[in-house]
Design a protein. Structure first.
Length: 217
C-alpha cells in the first residue's frame, strides 16, 4: 500500500462500463457483456486489475485453503463500512493462516499417562509455519476464505466456452451468468481498494461519481 504512483479518477468510466456490462448481460448479449467487464477491469490499471487465468485461479483457490494457528496472529487489510461515507481500510490482527498445501500433518506420540487420558497413543498435529508451535488437528479451524473480504483472490477463471445444441445453450447461460458475477465481484472489491488509495492520495476527496450520490442517475 502507498507505494503506487498517481492514480487517475476512474469513477465515470467505471460507472459507464459497469452499467454497459450489466445491460448487455440482461439482453443475453454475452460477447458484449464480456467486453464490458474487460473494459471495466481495465479501468483499474495494472496494479489493481483482476487477472483472468484458469491455471492461476485453480492454484489460488487451492492455496487459499488454510489452517488457522491457535497461538499467533498476522496483519490483514480489511475494508470497514464498505459503501458507506466513512469507508476505510483498517489493519486488523487475525489468526495466522497456514496454507494447507504447505503444512505437514503428522502423528505425535503421547507419553504413557497422556495416552491413557486421551484414550490413544498418538494424535494428529501440525506445526505453524510462522511461530512453530504444534497445533492439534482436532482443535484446528480450517477455512476456505474464497472471495470473502479481506480475502478476495484477485483472479478469475476464463470465460466459459459456448457449445452447440439447445441443452448446451441453457447450460452456457447458467455458467456464463455465474462467471459474470464472480468476475464483477472481484472487480468491485479491487475498486474499493483503488478508491480508498485514491482518496488517501487526494487528501480525503472523493472521486467524481462518489462526491454526491444524489445528483447522479
Ligand atoms: Zn502460529
Amino acid at each position: 500500500m502507498g507505494k503506487s504512483g498517481y492514480l487517475p479518477d476512474i469513477s465515470s468510466q467505471f460507472h459507464y462500463f459497469k452499467s454497459l456490462a450489466l445491460n448487455e448481460l440482461k439482453q443475453g448479449n454475452w460477447n458484449g457483456a464480456t467486453s464490458g467487464l474487460n473494459n471495466l477491469n481495465r479501468c483499474l490499471g495494472e496494479e489493481y486489475c483482476v487477472i483472468i487465468s484458469n491455471s492461476l485461479y485453480e492454484k489460488e483457490s487451492n492455496v487459499s485453503q488454510v489452517y488457522l494457528c491457535n497461538y499467533c496472529t498476522q496483519e490483514e487489510k480489511k475494508v470497514i463500512n464498505q459503501g458507506e461515507e466513512d469507508e476505510h481500510i483498517k489493519i486488523i490482527q487475525v489468526p495466522t493462516r497456514n496454507p494447507i498445501n504447505q503444512v505437514i500433518v503428522y502423528d505425535q506420540k503421547l507419553l504413557y499417562v497422556d495416552a491413557i487420558l486421551n484414550g490413544g497413543e498418538k494424535r494428529k498435529v501440525w506445526d505453524c509455519l510462522q511461530c512453530g508451535k504444534t497445533n492439534l488437528i482436532e482443535n484446528t479451524t480450517q477455512i476456505i476464505p474464497k472471495r470473502e473480504q479481506p480475502y478476495s483472490l484477485k483472479v478469475v477463471p476464463e470465460c466459459p466456452v459456448k457449445q452447440n445444441g439447445i441443452r448446451d445453450r441453457i447450460n452456457f447461460r447458467v455458467d456464463f451468468t455465474k462467471w459474470f458475477y464472480l468476475f464483477l465481484e472481484e472487480i468491485s472489491s479491487q475498486e474499493v481498494l483503488y478508491r480508498t488509495e485514491w482518496k488517501a492520495q487526494n487528501e480525503g476527496e472523493e472521486m467524481t461519481a462518489y462526491k454526491d450520490k444524489g445528483d447522479l442517475e
